[in-house]
Design a protein around this ligand. Structure first.
Ligand code: G1P
Length: 304
């Protein structure tokens, strides 16, 4: 296990080990990379096989023990809230027609009354600003962030793996992966302290550095567990890379005050914010499905 600083140990002795029950899902983005498909529907409602992107994030959060959710939405994104509501007519019709298997497919999209909050990010000022919009929902609790663009396929869910580390170390934990050096300007990049090959101590963080100055090629992907103290830094609404309020900059300010670790998670990440990544996710998930796999493998051979 990685040791932490004295400050961090004092911190560990005090407020630590509040269980993680809350998750924030930023879904306010305009989805410009998928226009025109996203002109009139949220990007997060695009399906991978037959489930919308946002459903994958909710499933992963639930597996990790989360039972309170907050969507950070924007104008034109209300269908995301409808998706998690009761679909009274549809459900009644399916029940009357005895289509019980179809009815069952709706179950993951139901969230208990009072367990889903939605906040509007009124202006697109960056990921840090989006998270700050959830401050009333977060209060004094630790929370997870899941960016629905990233889908991680594998055995144990990525967020569950982060929870394991959080339960050991407390503080902040982010999912990390090595990216090609040329890509550092697309991600939050770690300055790495102690590293046991799986868990790394975070010494510094930089948002989208040029490859020539990037402190490593270890990047943050869209899964975080953060302490509520992040809101103090976010509330300053300081602009960073790209003129946006960056979550990474606020996280960097927590380093030294409390433990901060990155986890090289197990699983394959698909960047569904990118067209090629989105298509690859379709294939990867479809091939694994008993009802679709054989047909998909057969037709793929025709194209290769
Ligand atoms: C955001 C974060 C970045 C992180 C990335 C993961 O960037 O700002 O630090 O590495 O998500 O997908 P975005 O993809 O919104 O530009």
């Amino acid at each position: 296990m990685i040791t932490t600083s004295n400050d961090a140990r004092i911190y560990r002795g005090s407020v630590l080990k509040k269980p993680l029950r809350k998750a924030v899902l930023p879904v306010a983005g305009l989805g410009t990379r998928f226009l025109p498909a996203t002109k009139a529907m949220p990007k997060e409602m695009l399906p991978v096989v037959d489930r919308p992107l946002v459903q994958y994030a909710i499933d992963e959060a639930r597996e990790a023990g989360i039972d309170q959710f907050c969507l950070i939405t924007g104008r034109g994104k209300d269908s995301l809230i409808d998706y998690f509501d009761v679909a009274f007519e549809l459900e009644t019709t399916l029940r009357e027609r005895n289509k019980l298997a179809l009815l069952e497919t709706l179950e993951p999209s139901s969230i208990e009354a009072g367990s889903l909050a939605a906040v509007r990010q009124q202006e697109p000022l960056g990921l840090g600003h989006a998270i700050w919009c959830a401050r009333s929902f977060i209060g004094d609790d630790p929370f997870a962030i899941l960016l629905p663009d990233d889908i991680i396929k594998g055995g144990r869910g990525c967020l569950s793996q982060l929870v394991d580390v959080y339960n050991e170390t407390g503080g902040n934990v982010v999912a990390v992966t090595e990216v090609p050096r040329d890509y550092t300007n697309r991600y939050g990049i770690l300055d790495v302290g102690q590293d046991d090959g799986r868990t790394v101590e975070v010494k510094g963080l930089v948002e989208k550095p040029d490859p020539s100055v990037a402190p490593s090629n270890l990047s943050i992907i869209g899964r975080y567990i953060l302490r509520p103290e992040i809101m103090t830094h976010l509330s300053k609404l300081e602009r960073g890379a790209g003129g946006e309020v960056q979550l990474t900059d606020a996280m960097a300010k927590l380093i030294g005050d409390m433990p901060f670790h990155g986890l090289r998670y197990e699983g394959t990440r698909y960047d569904c914010g990118d067209k090629a990544g989105f298509l690859e996710a379709q294939i990867a998930f479809a091939i694994d499905r008993p009802d679709l796999g054989p047909a998909v493998k057969a037709f793929l051979r025709k194209y290769i």
